[in-house]
Design a protein around this ligand. Structure first.
Ligand SMILES: *Cc1c(COP(=O)(O)O)cnc(C)c1O
Length: 390
């Protein structure tokens, strides 16, 4: 019998938009379409929605409305934070040193490397331990007078590890160095309040918390300066030009309100499913290890490395069984590349090829997880047979 199951276990990659979030957006496409920069009634209606959204985020993040910048997503928020702070610190005090880690999302990593290659900065990597975590004391040791910006990921998208952002932030604050954290992955699970976390810049992305794609937030503390990355109008306090995307902003705000309101039950739901996955995989499948931290870990995130297999094969086999999962490798076909994040944890190149990421969410059921766990051991065995044939 052909299997028609189609179970989504990739909530770290994206999440579905809630029905009522979708409905909340609709009028802003078809009825309230004025450009908020205008001075007429149509503009006013759009501007009201913009202000209301900004205020809602300010309340939920416990900051000022003028510290909330709307962007086109997590990637742009990361770019604006890093490029913006680095360029501003360079102009004001000739700072040219950037501290970040090798376990960042590409939106941070590639931005830092671009600043190094093309804008005269030196990028230095703060070491991470075998679980992908930064020791705040390492940051203290590596900070220089010339450090322009420090960026450390909050919740890791690939291995789920949660970093001690509050402690790192304290150290950066003592030295007066702007501190950015990519909270795109953690934002759906934790309150991520910048003041509490001691961060100056914090990125969020709508589609990771049941909002729409192509919209995000950058929190920017009034205490730090950033240069804009794009040129244009004076939108978003002169830091992010372009007509504001009101429908997506409204939808993202609604989604974020939901997630904060239901935080506890969401946490409990996720953590039970996650722990069932972790326990079963480690107990049942030889040659499997948990990647990332066992304790400081995103509540919906189970990630593993399996010996002697290519995760692309495993993902395809799982897909055939009706389960959508992910690996660390961004390579879809062709030459398998070991995950750079798994390499940074100290895994061998071979083991870093065998990553599997299983992330649950709002609509995942116990039956979904049990079904997945019943097919995984065979899929792993088949994937191992495939790679030994090569
Ligand atoms: C998804 C993600 C991003 C990119 O966000 P987009 O909104 O897809 O551009 C950045 N960082 C992390 C940790 C992510 O998980």
């Amino acid at each position: 019998m052909r299997n028609h199951k189609n179970v989504y276990l990739d909530y770290a990659a994206s999440t579905p938009v809630d029905e009522d979030v979708f409905n909340a957006m609709e009028p802003y496409f078809t009825q309230v379409y004025g450009n908020p920069s205008g001075i007429h009634q149509h503009a006013q209606s759009s501007e009201n929605a913009l202000h209301a959204s900004r205020r809602t985020f300010a309340v939920l993040l416990n900051c000022l409305p003028e510290e909330i910048l709307f962007t086109s997503g997590g990637t742009e928020s990361d770019n604006l934070a890093l490029r913006g702070a680095a360029m501003s610190e360079k102009h004001h005090r000739n700072a040219d040193h950037i501290l970040t880690t090798k376990v960042e999302h590409q939106a941070v990593l590639k931005t830092a490397l671009d600043l190094q290659e093309n804008y005269g900065f030196e990028v230095e990597f703060i070491p991470v331990d075998g679980k992908g975590r930064v020791d705040p004391e390492e940051v203290r040791n590596l900070l220089r007078d010339s450090t322009a910006v420090v960026s450390v990921i909050h919740g890791n998208n690939e291995i789920g590890t949660i970093n001690p952002i509050q402690e790192i932030g304290m150290i950066c604050r003592e030295r007066g160095v702007p501190f950015h954290t990519d909270a795109v992955q953690s934002g759906v699970h934790l309150p991520v309040q910048p003041e509490e976390l001691n961060v100056d810049l914090l990125s969020l992305g709508g589609h990771k918390f049941y909002g729409p794609k192509g919209i995000g937030v950058l929190f920017k503390s009034k205490k730090v300066k950033i240069d804009p990355v794009m040129t244009g109008g004076s939108h978003e306090f002169g830091l992010r030009p372009g007509t504001e995307n009101i429908p997506l902003i409204v939808g993202m705000t609604r989604a974020y309100e939901h997630i904060r309101k239901n935080q506890e039950s969401y946490h409990l739901h996720n953590i039970q499913l996650r722990d069932q996955i972790i326990e079963t995989v480690l107990g049942k499948i030889d040659g499997s290890v948990l990647t990332g931290h066992p304790k400081y870990r995103l509540p919906n995130h189970a990630s593993f490395a399996f010996t002697e297999l290519d995760s692309n094969n495993l993902l395809m086999l799982l897909d055939t069984e009706g389960y959508s999962c992910a690996s660390g490798s961004s390579c879809k076909t062709g030459h398998p590349e070991p995950s750079s994040v798994l390499l940074a944890l100290g895994l061998s190149a071979n083991d870093a090829l065998g990553g599997l990421r299983v992330t649950v969410g709002k609509h995942t059921t116990r039956e979904d997880v049990e079904g997945f766990l019943s097919v995984l051991p065979t899929a792993v065995e088949k994937a191992r047979n495939l790679s030994s044939l090569k």
